[in-house]
Design a protein around this ligand. Structure first.
Ligand SMILES: NC(=O)c1ccc[n+]([C@@H]2O[C@H](COP(=O)([O-])OP(=O)(O)OC[C@H]3O[C@@H](n4cnc5c(N)ncnc54)[C@H](OP(=O)(O)O)[C@@H]3O)[C@@H](O)[C@H]2O)c1
Length: 366
């Protein structure tokens, strides 16, 4: 028997008020033939995890008494990296020691161990396997535990909707220094697209611009520059130089920041909105629709990949390859290790993680 723990909630609310640690037993001596037992290596706190607990996110885990809770409860967490520690007799896709990530959202990754069927997981290479295949790098726990959302989002937004011509075409994005934005900068460089990233002004602007340029950013400008008519001529000259067009805008802010990037799109361009950090609605001038035929659309990685396992696997493989080849850098997380029997219970650690999320992505390792 394995004594496992999971963070659960029975009522929606603020995480500090509703999260609990549930302890439960996993009978690892009597697995069904297709079952595997995994132990958690790391699971982050994402904005969507918090929104799920608050009850304001459209996709939610089911509340059940499966983990032995007295009232129906839902497990928290959507992303995570796991190591397979036991396999049932009929399991063909996994062996002990493999690394795995949940195939779908709502798995409940804020836990120490899980019993699942093999179909609920997708294998990713562990460092030993990468080495055997002659790769210079293996995945780190942070890379594996945060692979399913942000890198996939950036890659799919850049490749799945608009055909950008390598060497010529551009995309523009606001929140250029966000985690997704940094992946978009790197991935566009790897694919040969030109990037124009808009960020907020700040005292250490030069430092941030240098950081983004080191990741491969072509041009980085401030919101004020993007809003200035005079500066528009400079942007036009950059685009003219490559002989392409700004065909795609990625919006994670909304409000006037979304108007600003939409205005830079070429005729028939597309703006994909994937976040609303300013809590302001997307604002698009009528003229952009009528005279430039601009399209505005939403992007939600959960929905796009829900029934598209092949797309998820091919995208994941690409990201894994780039990590293994040292071509892609992960967005760093602030890591805290959970010690079973330690001072803090698992839910207390995650509540701290939620509180500290404003300081950077929080990753609990096990
Ligand atoms: N739809 C999807 O499938 C999907 C997938 C992944 C992520 N997302 C969403 O995408 C968004 C970004 O995620 P992330 O993890 O990349 O975030 P992150 O790393 O925390 O970055 C947040 C960004 O938003 C900017 N920002 C915050 N408040 C702002 C405001 N009021 N006005 C202007 N800029 C503001 C920050 O700029 P400063 O540095 O200037 O503060 C930073 O660039 C989130 O809303 C997340 O939920 C959606």
């Amino acid at each position: 028997m394995i004594t496992a723990q999971a963070v659960v909630y029975s009522q929606h609310g603020e995480p500090k008020d509703v999260l609990k640690t549930q302890t439960y037993e996993i009978d690892d001596e009597n697995l069904a033939s297709n079952q595997i037992v995994v132990k958690t290596l790391g699971a982050p706190v994402n904005p969507s995890d918090i929104n799920q607990i608050q009850g304001v996110y459209p996709s939610k885990p089911e509340k059940t008494t499966e983990l032995g809770t007295s009232e129906p409860s839902a497990p928290c967490g959507n992303e995570g990296l796991f190591e397979v520690i036991k396999v049932g007799s009929g399991v063909s896709d996994f062996k002990v020691g493999d690394w795995a990530i949940p195939a779908n959202v709502n798995f409940g990754t804020w836990r120490t161990h899980a019993l699942a069927s093999e179909e609920q997981f997708i294998q990713v290479p562990n460092p030993e396997q990468s080495k055997t295949r002659g790769k210079p790098n293996g995945l780190t726990i942070n890379q594996g535990a945060t692979i399913s959302v942000n890198p996939l989002t950036a890659y799919l937004m850049l490749t799945h909707y608009v055909k950008l011509i390598p060497g010529k075409d551009w995309f523009i994005q606001n929140g250029g220094n966000s985690a997704v934005g940094k992946y978009a900068i790197q991935i566009s460089k790897l694919l040969g697209f030109n990037s124009l990233s808009v960020i907020r002004d700040r005292p250490n602007l030069d430092e941030l611009v240098s950081e983004l340029k080191a990741l491969g950013a072509d041009q980085v400008i401030t919101e004020e520059q993007n809003a200035s008519k005079e500066f528009g001529a400079t942007i036009k000259s950059w685009v003219k130089e490559t002989g392409g067009e700004i065909k795609l805008a990625l919006n994670c802010i909304g409000g006037k920041n979304s108007t600003g990037i939409a205005r830079k799109l070429a005729n028939n361009g597309l703006m994909l909105t994937y976040g609303g950090m300013s809590f302001q609605p997307v604002i698009l001038p009528t003229s952009l629709h009528i005279f430039k035929n601009i399209t505005s659309s939403g992007f939600w990685v959960t929905q796009l990949l829900k029934n598209n396992e092949d797309l998820k696997k091919s995208t994941l493989n690409q990201i894994v390859d780039w990590y293994e080849d040292g071509k892609l850098r992960d967005a760093k997380s602030i890591e805290t290790k959970f010690e079973a029997g330690g001072e803090k219970q698992l839910h207390e650690l995650y509540i701290e993680g939620v509180t500290n999320s404003s300081k950077g992505k929080q990753l609990i390792t096990f």
